[in-house]
Design a protein around this ligand. Structure first.
Ligand SMILES: CC(C)(COP(=O)(O)OP(=O)(O)OC[C@H]1O[C@@H](n2cnc3c(N)ncnc32)[C@H](O)[C@@H]1OP(=O)(O)O)[C@@H](O)C(=O)NCCC(=O)NCCS
Length: 187
C-alpha cells in the first residue's frame, strides 16, 4: 500500500489512499446509501431509524448533495450539502448549506473530519457557491482551523425561525459582517 501523508487538524493522517470520496445528488441514492446515512447519524444524534428517515424525507430535496467518505464499503465520514439562499438587505446569494457532518465514532480524532472538509472546499472551487454551516461556539475553532470563517451578524432568521448560534462560511462573503440576515431553509 502506498502511504500518503496528509496534514490535518490534530496531526498527520496516513491512510487516506484507502478512502473513497463520493458526492451524489439525493435522487441517485439507493437503499444501502440511505441506511448508511441513518446509521452514522444515529451514532451521534440518537433519534432512531424512523425519525432519521422522516428527517431525510422532509428536509433533503432531490437535487441536494450527499458526501460519503468510505473505506471499502464502510462509511467513515458523511455530510450533506443543500441548496440555500442567503439574504442580506435586498441581496439574495445562492449558497450551499453544509449539514450533518459526522465521523464514525470508532474513527474520530484521526483527521477524517478535517479531510472531508478539505474535499468539500475542493467541491466549492468547482461549484463556485459559498458554503455556510451552522454550529455551536464550542466547535468554532475546529472549523476555523479547517479554513472556514465566522459570519458576524446582528439578527438571523433561518427558515423563518430566529437563530443565534454560530454561522461559518467558506469562502468569506465580502467583509463577512452583516446586519439582518435570512437563510431560506434550515439545514
Ligand atoms: C466533529 C467531528 C466531525 C470531527 O471529526 P474528526 O475526524 O474527529 O476530526 P479531526 O480528527 O479532523 O480533528 C479533530 C480535532 O478537531 C477538534 N474538534 C473535533 N471535535 C470537536 C468538538 N466537538 N468541539 C471542539 N473541537 C473539536 C479538536 O481540536 C480535535 O482534536 P483532537 O482529536 O486532538 O481532540 C466528529 O467528532 C463528529 O462526528 N462529531 C459528532 C457530530 C458533530 O458534532 N458534527 C459537527 C456538527 S456542526
Amino acid at each position: 500500500m502506498r502511504l500518503l501523508h496528509y496534514r490535518v487538524v490534530g496531526g498527520w493522517m496516513n491512510d487516506i489512499n484507502d478512502m473513497n470520496i463520493e458526492i451524489l445528488v439525493h435522487r441517485e441514492l439507493n437503499g444501502e446509501d440511505i441506511k448508511a446515512i441513518i446509521d452514522i447519524k444515529d451514532q451521534h444524534w440518537k433519534y432512531g431509524e424512523i425519525s432519521q428517515k422522516a428527517w431525510l424525507r422532509d428536509n433533503i430535496k432531490d437535487d441536494d448533495f450527499h458526501i460519503f467518505m468510505r473505506r471499502k464499503k464502510m462509511l467513515v465520514a458523511y455530510a450533506d450539502l443543500v441548496k440555500i439562499n442567503f439574504i442580506s438587505k435586498n441581496d439574495s446569494i445562492e449558497c450551499l448549506g453544509l449539514g450533518n457532518l459526522c465521523v464514525d465514532k470508532l474513527e474520530e480524532h484521526k483527521g477524517y473530519g478535517s479531510y472531508l472538509l478539505s474535499q468539500i472546499r475542493d467541491f466549492q472551487n468547482t461549484e463556485k457557491k459559498p458554503i455556510l454551516l451552522l454550529c455551536k461556539k464550542s466547535i468554532e475553532d475546529f472549523y476555523l482551523a479547517n479554513g472556514w470563517s465566522t459570519v458576524h451578524y446582528i439578527r438571523a432568521e433561518i427558515g423563518h425561525e430566529t437563530y443565534n448560534k454560530q454561522i461559518m462560511v467558506y469562502p468569506q462573503i465580502g467583509s463577512n459582517k452583516f446586519g439582518e440576515i435570512q437563510i431560506n431553509r434550515n439545514f
